[in-house]
Design a protein around this ligand. Structure first.
Ligand SMILES: C[S@@+](CC[C@H](N)C(=O)[O-])C[C@H]1O[C@@H](n2cnc3c(N)ncnc32)[C@H](O)[C@@H]1O
Length: 440
């Protein structure tokens, strides 16, 4: 109903000429779904229903754009898979480039209802369309492959309005299977964690929405962005400011966002030499800067950065620290640790960083001068000092991840006689620090 109502608006974000037909057919043979239950009288439209409708409209517009981009000149996806397609009419209403193949999966009852309604309307798809009957809690990869899906081709996956209907283990298994079937360049987009919290709470307390909410099982119950990063996806996040610019401020609910995940290429990563300073104040507090990237997510790093061609590592660490803090009087000590790690640099993509860390000391103070440009150029989102206790309470990733124990060793034993080589440290090993905080 929300899609039919949106399609009739003069300022519509999309047009779905099939939504009204599905609605008429659904009135005759009821299909459960919070968005599709007909509410003809305004007094029937509760706060929860209004919020859910706004959500459905925004996510439809976003996922339309997501799919257009994935199969367009800037994407490379030649297959589209709509998991739990339900009454999704994108195969019939969007323009698709030649050569794209689209697969729709859903439960038998829903598939039968939809195909009947489409046949009655004489609808013709605008893309090579394959309909697959499958329970997404079971082995759906086999029928998908049997229908012609090729896991060697990049795929745009759509998981819209489904995860909440699955138990946590089924949701995780579904997302894992998507990863297994995703060639490099494949994409997946999800609603960002927390976007729907209020809408779902309203719906759960609204008896008129119980036909749908009684089917809800909670979904993944983990931070989706971190889960995807831990399972080999690069994840870009789009927040409400960008959405408001794109779709209009009255269309975007507070705190709303989407995730756009991409399966990285398997090409070898370029090596990036870097050096940093472990700057301690006289009380042993450490100075860190906050970054956020598609591969690692939010994380805290020591000041420093990439070395110039042939640059001495200590000189490079001091130069970078001065650029990032304005401090020119940092006193340096011996080299402490070396390590290698992976991350996603906005300008060059995936890199493997070979990093050297030196001990340093400085008085406790804020950075000096106007560092706006330097912060923007280096992607620094903020910075602060952490006492040893505060550092132990950080829920986001630290670089290196074992920084808390390395600092404890340093306080107890002093600097090592020769630098300790920590080797290659993979991302996202051990428990997810974000899960301790988010827990959803
Ligand atoms: C809220 S609808 C979303 C439909 C569509 N993606 C959209 O956004 O319009 C949820 C869909 O999930 C499907 N579904 C729920 N559990 C499923 C399962 N175990 N296997 C396959 N489909 C399922 C339902 O049949 C329904 O079509």
């Amino acid at each position: 109903m929300a899609r039919a109502a949106e399609s009739a608006r003069p300022d519509r974000l999309f047009e779905d000429p099939y939504a009204a037909d599905f609605l008429r057919a659904a009135v005759a043979s009821w299909v459960p779904g919070p968005e599709d239950r007909p509410r003809s009288r305004p007094e029937e439209r509760s706060e929860a229903w209004v919020a859910m409708s706004a959500h459905l409209v925004l996510r439809t517009a976003w996922f339309d754009d997501y799919l257009r981009e994935a199969v367009g000149p800037d994407g490379c996806c030649t297959q589209v898979v709509l998991l739990a397609a339900g009454l999704d009419a994108r195969a019939f209403r969007l323009d698709w480039p030649a050569g794209v193949r689209l697969f729709e999966l859903d439960l038998p009852e829903m598939v039968a209802f939809k195909e009947r309604a489409l046949a009655e309307k004489g609808a013709r798809p605008r893309v090579e369309r394959h309909v697959v009957t499958a329970d997404l809690r079971e082995d759906w990869a086999a029928p998908l492959r049997a229908a012609g899906f090729d896991p060697a081709q990049p795929t745009a996956w759509l998981v819209e309005g489904l995860l909440v209907y699955l138990e946590a283990a089924d949701a995780a298994a579904l997302l894992e299977r998507i990863g297994e079937l995703s060639a490099p360049g494949s994409r997946l987009s999800l609603v960002r964690d927390g976007s729907l919290r209020r809408t779902r709470e309203l719906a759960l307390h609204d008896p008129s929405m119980s036909a749908a909410t009684r089917l809800w099982r909670g979904g993944l119950r983990q931070n989706h962005a971190q889960w995807l990063r831990r399972h080999g996806w690069l994840v870009h996040e789009t927040g409400e400011a960008e959405l408001r610019e794109r779709y209009g401020s009255d269309r975007v609910m507070d705190g709303y966002g989407f995730l756009l995940a991409e399966r990285p290429s398997l090409a070898e990563r370029p090596r990036r030499p870097a050096a940093r300073l472990l700057v301690l104040d006289p009380d042993g507090a450490v100075f860190l800067q906050r970054h956020h990237d598609a591969e690692v997510g939010p994380h805290w790093v020591l000041p420093g950065g990439g070395l110039h061609e042939g640059e001495d590592p200590l000189a490079g660490a001091l130069r970078e620290t001065a650029e990032e803090t304005g401090w020119t009087d940092v006193v340096t000590g011996p080299e402490l640790w070396r390590w290698e790690h992976d991350y996603h640099r906005g300008d060059v993509g995936l890199v493997r960083q070979h990093e050297v860390i030196f001990l340093a000391s400085a008085p406790r103070r804020d950075p000096v001068g106007d560092l706006t440009e330097s912060f923007a150029a280096d992607g620094i989102l903020g910075c602060r000092w952490f006492t040893p206790q505060e550092l132990g309470e950080v829920t986001e990733t630290l670089w290196p991840p074992q920084l808390v124990s390395l600092l404890a060793d340093l306080r107890r034993d002093g600097p090592p006689a020769t630098a300790v080589d920590l080797g290659y440290v993979p991302n996202h090993t051990g428990p997810d620090p974000e899960d301790r905080r988010d827990g959803h």
